[in-house]
Design a protein around this ligand. Structure first.
Ligand code: ZN
Ligand code: ZN
Length: 265
């Protein structure tokens, strides 16, 4: 079951491919020092790390992202040129930091000040930051496994919204931003931790035998869960998240939502 139009889905698949290429190019780098890793005491860990990245690399990701987006929407070129003129090394560093902490306010103001579409700067900054977030979450995995992951991804702070029932029947949440994964008890709310069977309800979807929505009557939160046991090929989580948007519609139509990002500012 899929409610996305073909063009949009193709674009999302292209973004995924590009993102995997970026991640590969970071494979050999190490973004944290042993001292930094040992000093981690609070979660989400990444926004507190004050990472300095290679801004030229970040800029290259942004440029490649422009190229990809221009192919499907040539009318964006003018907007991209405006952004290009802004991106000094100093601003690139700022973009990375503000994207990591999801400072929408910063990006919306910047867009307004420079006559750029309001959604665009954050969208660009965020996508180009994700490979770094993914690299960081894998470098920090040892520390992250000790975190209490309730309500937010312990690596980047994103509220949990999608998980899978893995091949061994366990429920596993994966952050679509930084790809950190953690197991969670089946009947547990990923947002508030409620474990009362009567308060956690599983919405099944007609015509979709592998997608379910776990809703919580205590906090009104939900998570999408895909049963992968019958699947031969599993899409990468960011793509699965987008392709399962029909599950978000169902949850939201029933009055459930994803709590706002918290604890990163
Ligand atoms: Zn994350
Ligand atoms: Zn809850």
């Amino acid at each position: 079951m899929n409610v996305l139009n073909k063009e949009y889905q193709q674009l999302e698949e292209n973004i995924q491919t590009l993102s995997e290429k970026w991640s590969k190019s970071l494979e050999k780098d190490t973004l944290t020092t042993p001292e930094q890793r040992l000093a981690i005491k609070s979660f989400p860990a990444i926004p507190h790390l004050h990472i300095t990245i290679n801004v030229e690399q970040y800029n290259r990701f942004i440029e490649e992202f422009f190229t990809l987006l221009e192919e499907s929407q040539p009318s964006l070129t003018e907007q991209f040129n405006k952004i290009r003129r802004l991106l000094t090394n100093e601003i690139l560093e700022k973009w990375f930091t503000e994207a990591v902490s999801v400072n929408n306010f910063y990006f919306e103001k910047l867009a307004k000040d420079h006559g750029i579409a309001e959604w665009l700067p954050f969208f660009i900054a965020e996508h180009a930051a994700r490979p770094f977030l993914q690299k960081l979450s894998s470098e920090l995995s040892e520390q992250l496994h000790q975190a209490n992951a309730q309500g937010a991804c312990p690596a980047c702070g994103e509220p949990p919204r999608i998980g899978v029932i893995n091949k061994s029947g366990k429920k596993e949440l994966t952050c679509p931003r930084c790809l950190y994964s953690w197991q969670i008890k089946k009947i547990t709310c990923a947002h508030c931790g409620c474990e009362e069977p009567g308060k956690i309800e599983i919405l099944k979807i007609e015509k979709d035998e592998r997608g379910e929505v776990y809703v919580c009557h205590q906090c009104k939160g939900y998570t999408k869960v895909i049963d992968t046991r019958k699947l031969i090929k599993l899409d990468p989580i960011p793509l699965l998240d987008i392709k399962s948007i029909h599950l978000d519609y169902i949850a939201q139509e029933n009055g459930f939502g994803i709590p706002e990002m918290k604890g990163t500012h």
